[in-house]
Design a protein around this ligand. Structure first.
Ligand SMILES: Nc1ncnc2c1ncn2[C@@H]1O[C@H](COP(=O)(O)OP(=O)(O)OP(=O)(O)O)[C@@H](O)[C@H]1O
Length: 296
């Protein structure tokens, strides 16, 4: 559904930020979570995929090359991102009438029914909406023109708990017939734990890895217990060791290979724990661990 090869983009005149040689492939019917620290380049990558920034390399969306067949590629995209592209002066109904013309398969009735389902007033001006309401409007629109690839940049950040649930449920349903895919960036890792099939991890403009979520987490243990027992784990397997008042916890890479003391409690990390230990271990370490254990 989304194929990306060798994307390269330098931002700003003095090139302080560089999106470097990014390649990955999201198959049809899957959700990919895009994670990384602040400033890692997630939004920049999303903007390149949306066609808002030009970059070298190739992007193919639902079989359409973004450079050679821009209109068809963009028609396949459903977008939610911070600024959005709607004019603030328009009412939500006018947004449907105006922007709907840009999409051959847009259906006003579907859009209006999503506005209603999301509790939005179609007569309200877009600029008067709260951040979460703007996200809902963008999502309603994205769901109404038969998009195939949904690019959702931090969509859940401004949503209340109830709608966040609904949002995740709709995302999961979207891909269930195997015809659509979703790329979602988020700092709310529980959301990705629940719905993501793949995890893409960015650091300093590079994609450190792109892997099925379960395969990623099952590379690691979090071992907890007495400090000296944690100290017996071979150093090359330790991603990060954290001392707590009563015990020590270690994230261990390549877990099948490294034996550890039976008395240590161990569990598979979720995405939040994975991020915590991976980030705490430092950038150099993250790069080494990714290179050694996570590159395919
Ligand atoms: N228009 C721009 N011109 C120059 N530099 C920019 C521009 N937009 C972003 N940057 C820089 O590019 C880098 C990546 O920013 P980006 O917004 O892509 O990160 P992010 O991973 O989405 O971060 P966050 O999690 O905080 O949203 C940052 O160092 C940022 O300062």
């Amino acid at each position: 559904m989304l194929q990306v090869w060798n994307l390269d983009k330098k931002l700003s005149e003095n090139h302080t930020f560089h999106l470097e040689n990014i390649s990955f492939h999201i198959p049809k019917g899957y959700i990919c979570g895009l994670i990384g620290e602040n400033g890692a380049g997630k939004t920049t990558l999303m903007r390149v995929l949306m066609g808002l920034y030009h970059a070298s390399g190739n992007i193919v969306i639902d079989g359409h090359d973004l450079k050679l067949d821009e209109a068809a590629a963009k028609e396949s995209l459903g977008l939610v991102f911070e600024e959005g592209f709607f004019q603030g002066e328009m009412s939500l109904e006018q947004i449907g009438i105006f922007y709907g013309q840009l999409y051959r398969r847009f259906e006003m009735e579907i859009y209006l029914s999503y506005l209603e389902q999301f509790g939005l007033d179609k007569k309200q001006k877009y600029k008067k909406l709260s951040k979460g309401m703007k996200t809902k409007t963008q999502f309603a629109f994205a769901l109404s023109h038969d998009a195939k690839l949904f690019l959702l940049d931090e969509p859940t950040a401004g949503l209340d708990k109830h709608f966040r649930e609904e949002f995740l449920r709709i995302c999961a349903k979207l891909v269930s017939d195997g015809e659509r895919s979703v790329l979602i960036s988020s700092h709310i890792t529980e959301d990705l734990d629940r719905i993501a099939d793949y995890i893409a991890y960015m650091q300093d403009g590079k994609l450190l890895f792109f892997l099925p979520k379960d395969e990623l987490c099952e590379q690691f243990w979090i071992a907890t217990g007495e400090d000296y027992k944690c100290g017996l784990i071979p150093e090359e397997a330790v991603v990060y060791k954290e001392k707590n008042p009563y015990s020590t916890s270690v994230m261990v890479a390549n877990r099948k290979r490294f034996p550890m003391d039976e008395a240590l409690e161990k569990h598979t990390p979720d995405i939040r724990e994975f991020m915590h230990y991976f980030v705490k271990g430092g950038k150099q370490n993250a790069e080494t661990v990714a290179e050694k254990y996570l590159k395919k």
